[in-house]
Design a binder for this molecule. Structure first.
Ligand code: CTP
Ligand code: MN
Ligand code: MN
Length: 461
């Protein structure tokens, strides 16, 4: 698997590969190479094209000119062994990096300076994910928080002592940070990356509709690959998982900001067709300014109370009639103010919502570049979430669906512990006065909490 997944040096290097992208090369002194192993061929193609369109020079082969080697999910030792085999020597101007450097550079539109936190952040995220897979919510959250703190640092970490002053860094995270400072990698992280259960869980739970429970049950039944799952007679996939496997190639690729904008036009058209007075807003990661997402989240605002109930079924019908609907799961509203506030943290809110997979027309340019099979299709399957709250709940729904999940969690905690108020996607409830606080904008909610407004792009950590 190792040798087949990786390009070998014997393979003839295409002539000046980087001219494939349409964008001119803006950063001549940075030459990126993306390691295909674990990243996968289609994601590698996608990321290469994206980088090229932003003026980065991406080499398809690991030549001596490469300055930045980017890998995802590879254990350091294996990666170094492989690089050595390729004759890629350690040199002053060469960096071997985790994908967080790459995604940050894409967001910034330029190569960001390489920092130690790029290694540490990825390492902590691997540990968080591993804890999540084994159902350890507490430690998972601790590693997520620590990774998020490192991500939000304004400047590079200069020395180990600086990390001692950081908030949210627990003992375990500190130990990992120390190890990476001293040895360049962490044995615990390497162990997880090489762990069969972790690898299998990561693979299975990357399928739309497959949660940690299902992934785990497949793992304990001895299944390790998609093929084994799909050919196992006793496994009956539900509708969601069937769609997940059917469109896996497409929906496992990140959605770009450009694709999100194209989808907004499609959603707006359908929404206005159904209700000319309704408006559409982007929520989720794209509202927070992210360059990629695993889906695109939209929140629909209808002017009159009650109009929200009919809108999503009608939008779904519209997509069907346009022949762009590949999958839909519509969930009717179960919102009932008299049942609130709810003191438990709830994963799901009660608004009318739908989880969709829709066809998005490919750009001509992308289609030519795409080398994968299936590229003859002129569309890409994309995950879209739509939410239609009652208008008087809109501000709370928007705040809740903008995320990030970690930000929401911390904001709720702050409201509860510091302000004696219960916040969720539906309401803000003042425990002292036993009253629901009205809000027509997010600004109103922050004001109720006695906080300055926090811009969506400041909610990533
Ligand atoms: N959310 C929620 N209730 C749900 C689903 C989502 O409150 N049933 C919120 C979460 O707080 C999340 C946001 O909606 O931050 C968007 O969810 P999701 O698309 O899963 O995450 P993103 O932050 O958009 O990340 P990505 O870019 O990968 O899609
Ligand atoms: Mn999203
Ligand atoms: Mn979503």
């Amino acid at each position: 698997m190792f040798s087949t997944a990786l390009p070998t040096r014997k393979r003839r290097r295409p002539e000046v590969t980087f001219t494939q992208g349409r964008g001119e090369v803006k950063f001549g002194d940075v030459k990126v190479y993306l390691v295909e192993r674990r990243m996968g061929k289609s994601r590698r193609n996608f990321l290469s094209n994206l980088a090229r369109s932003k003026g980065f020079c991406v080499d398809d082969a690991l030549s001596g000119n490469v300055t930045h080697v980017v890998s995802e999910g590879n254990a350091a030792q294996e990666l170094w062994n492989w690089l050595e085999e390729q004759g890629f020597g350690e040199m002053q101007d060469k960096h071997v990096l985790n994908v967080s450097w790459f995604t940050e550079s894409m967001s910034a539109g330029r190569p960001v300076p390489v920092e130690l936190r790029h290694y540490i952040q990825d390492a902590l995220e691997v540990l968080a994910e591993n804890m999540e897979f084994s159902g350890n919510q507490g430690p998972c959250l601790a590693f997520r928080r620590a990774a998020s703190v490192l991500k939000s640092l304004p400047a590079a970490l200069q020395c180990l002592e600086e990390t001692h002053r950081l908030p949210c860094l627990g003992e375990h995270s500190k130990a990992i940070v120390e190890e990476i400072f001293e040895c360049g990698s962490s044995s615990r992280v390497e162990e997880v990356l090489n762990d069969e259960k972790y690898r299998t869980m990561k693979l299975f739970s990357s399928v739309f509709g497959v949660g940690p429970k299902t992934a785990e049950s497949w793992y304990y039944r001895g299944l390790r690959t998609f093929e084994q799952v799909l050919t196992e007679p006793s496994i009956r996939l539900n509708r969601m998982q069937t769609a997940g496997f059917l469109f896996y190639e497409d929906i496992s690729k990140p959605v770009s900001r450009t694709e999100a904008s194209a989808l907004k036009i499609i959603v707006e058209e359908a929404v206005i067709y159904v209700n000319p007075h309704a408006t559409v807003n982007v929520a989720g990661g794209f509202r927070r300014g992210k360059e990629f997402g695993h889906d695109v989240d939209f929140i629909i605002k209808t002017p009159e109370p009650g109009q929200e109930d009919a809108i999503l079924p009608a939008v779904i019908e519209r997509f069907k009639s346009q022949n762009i609907l590949l999958y839909s799961d519509f969930q009717e509203s179960t919102f009932d103010l008299s049942q609130l506030p709810n003191h438990r943290f709830e994963a799901m809110d009660h608004f009318s919502k739908c989880f969709l997979i829709v066809k998005l027309k490919r750009e001509q340019e992308n289609r030519e570049r795409e080398t994968d099979k299936g590229a003859s299709r002129d569309w890409k399957a994309v995950r879209v979430d739509l939410l239609a709250p009652p208008v008087e709940r809109y501000a709370y729904a928007l705040l809740g669906w903008t995320g990030s999940t970690l930000f929401e969690r911390d904001l709720r905690r702050f409201a509860r512990l510091e302000r004696g108020k219960l916040l969720d996607n539906h309401v803000l409830y003042d425990k002292a006065t036993k009253a629901f606080l009205p809000a027509s904008t997010e600004e109103d909610i922050f004001a109720h909490l006695g906080l300055e407004f926090i811009e969506p792009w400041q909610r990533n950590a």
